[in-house]
Design a protein around this ligand. Structure first.
Ligand SMILES: NC(=O)c1ccc[n+]([C@@H]2O[C@H](COP(=O)([O-])OP(=O)(O)OC[C@H]3O[C@@H](n4cnc5c(N)ncnc54)[C@H](OP(=O)(O)O)[C@@H]3O)[C@@H](O)[C@H]2O)c1
Length: 223
């Protein structure tokens, strides 16, 4: 169990990636809500996660209400919805840490790196929200389906980038609470590496006919 239980709202947690992270953080002892545009959808996914956990730990909420009451907000929505979602939650996110998991995938060529013109899509979120919200980039390279299996030890590191060192440390700590190894990769601009890597991993999955290629940073020992 975690030393300090945080309240975490996973916006877009009705999807594959967010629900997997929510499951692991709830199991670790955090107070987790699933944020959605549709409360009944969020409640339904929360029910599925609670069935896996064997306890009613996760609660489904509207994204605005969930973000408002959380210590930490995690964004797990498709790239096309990233900026509009944070714009909608701007007031709720002020004074908080936002962990952005978004990968700038542009269908149909999802195995080709297609970063926005300004570089990292997560940097675009920090620019949109301004300094009142400390944005962290993390978890882009972790495949959703393994997150959902609590017995699986996931063979993938988490590159954690943020301009604010304390926020970055929080991201690394949340990686640990999801039974992953977070690696401090410095400022938010370095998020381009994780954002690009996901397309490369999707290509590797296709080429080698594997479900979830991941990344490991060697030479740093156990973080
Ligand atoms: N899937 C993976 O293996 C994986 C791995 C690493 C990173 N990622 C990244 O994590 C993010 C989430 O991935 P995912 O596979 O979980 O995505 P997803 O299932 O397609 O979407 C997640 C949630 O986002 C919300 N959403 C969808 N379209 C929206 C729109 N147009 N406007 C506002 N909200 C919308 C929906 O929530 P509500 O309808 O409940 O509001 C949906 O359940 C993506 O950026 C993805 O690239 C995914």
């Amino acid at each position: 169990m975690v030393e300090k239980s945080l309240s975490i709202c996973v916006v877009g947690g009705t999807g594959a990636e967010g629900s997997g992270l929510a499951l692991r953080w709830a199991q670790a002892g955090h107070k987790v809500t699933i944020g959605s545009r549709d409360v009944s959808k969020a409640q339904s996914v929360a029910g599925e996660l609670n069935a896996i956990l064997g306890k009613d730990l996760v609660v489904g909420v509207d994204s605005k209400a969930g973000s408002s009451s959380a210590d930490i907000v995690v964004l797990t929505v498709p790239f096309k919805a990233q900026l509009s979602t944070v714009e909608l939650l701007r007031d709720e996110l002020a004074g908080k840490i936002l962990i952005d998991v978004t990968v700038p995938l542009v269908p149909p060529k999802v195995s080709q790196v297609q970063l926005p013109d300004h570089g990292s899509c997560v940097v675009g979120v920090q620019q949109k929200l301004g300094s009142k919200t400390r944005v962290v980039s993390a978890f882009q390279n972790v495949s959703a389906h393994k997150l959902k299996d609590l017995k699986v030890e996931i063979d993938c590191d988490v590159l954690v980038a943020a301009d604010d060192p304390e926020a970055r440390a929080t991201g690394i700590s949340l990686a640990k609470d999801a039974s992953l190894r977070g690696i401090d990769v410095g400022p938010l601009a370095n998020s381009v590496v994780a954002e690009s890597m996901t397309s490369v991993l999707i290509g590797i999955n296709r080429k080698y006919k594997v479900p979830d290629a991941g990344i490991r940073i060697t030479g740093v020992g156990v973080a």
